[in-house]
Design a protein. Sequence first.
Length: 367
Amino acid sequence: MVFSFLKGEFIDVIHWVDDTRDTMVWRFEREGHEIKYGAKLTVREGQAAVFIHEGQLADVFGPGLYLLETNNLPIMTTLQHWDHGFRSPFKSEIYFVNTTRFNDLKWGTKNPIMCRDPEFGPVRLRAFGTYSMRVSDPALFMTEIVGTDGEFTADEISYQIRNVILQELSRVLAQAGIPVLDMAANTADLGKLVTTAIAPKIAEYGLSLPEFYIENISLPEEVEKVLDKRTSVGIAGDLGKYMQFNAAEAMANPAAGAGAAMTAGMGAAMGLGLAQQMQPGPWGAPPTHSAPPPPPPPAARVWHVAENGATKGPFTEADLARMAAAGTLTRASQVWTAGQDGWKPAGDTDLAQLLATVPPPPPPPGA
């Protein structure tokens, strides 16, 4: 910031050159606030000069070169009667207001915004982006925001602007009804809605927002991890192709080494086998399944035989078949097996079929 004076007793040169990139208002410092009648005021493009006389806003000058004389000060001359033919110095404050855009200002949510998503239900969203700001009404900006601040920067108002943005952004996101997964495709429309919503409030400060951008709308980290898993399942729908791709990647990367390529090849083979089990066979045939193993054979029954008041056994049915063939087991022999209700003749049990196959005794000799 530079101001200079033209050497002389009566004429001042009043101007401001800004080299800070963030100064919105700068007060012209004049010792005793005395400005000579007939002083030259230079207001450059992108600036406005605001006169404050005895605590009241007197006039606003746009870009141009002005001589501070009676005909150029119609409002100021109504505030105070000038003596001495308007030749004496007058005490006023001159504020230069930067009316250019202040770009790349940041905004972001401090806390998540609760929204109701049609697919996921209640979700917490975060958002951030940038905006540009400019002074649209220098007089209103001076009276509402700056006051008597001799040097006012964009940082001093940006916090308040962010609060207005976040308040309206929360309302717009909550009422938009746009699914979370579709918000990335609608950030431009959402940005326009937010800009329209905040414009009346920002105008009360003498400001406007020429540009407003939503760079990102994100879910909490834990929800994003669940979505990533869901996406991975969708991508890995064809496990065979997925494993073949991994194997090809490993083989194409020499740094991975032979071990990595072999591991990838084994993984591909396993993936192909798994894919063949999970998907239909070639030519649209139904998937093949290996036959289940046969059930184990039932345990063989054993029998007991009562003979002469004594119990013999246990005998298997093969043993009893040999005894029947030898004639030591007949249909009248008393037998018992597990699950049978007491002793019974062999002919009245399951052994009857076995005894029926036994040939009768041989005929006597000479018959």
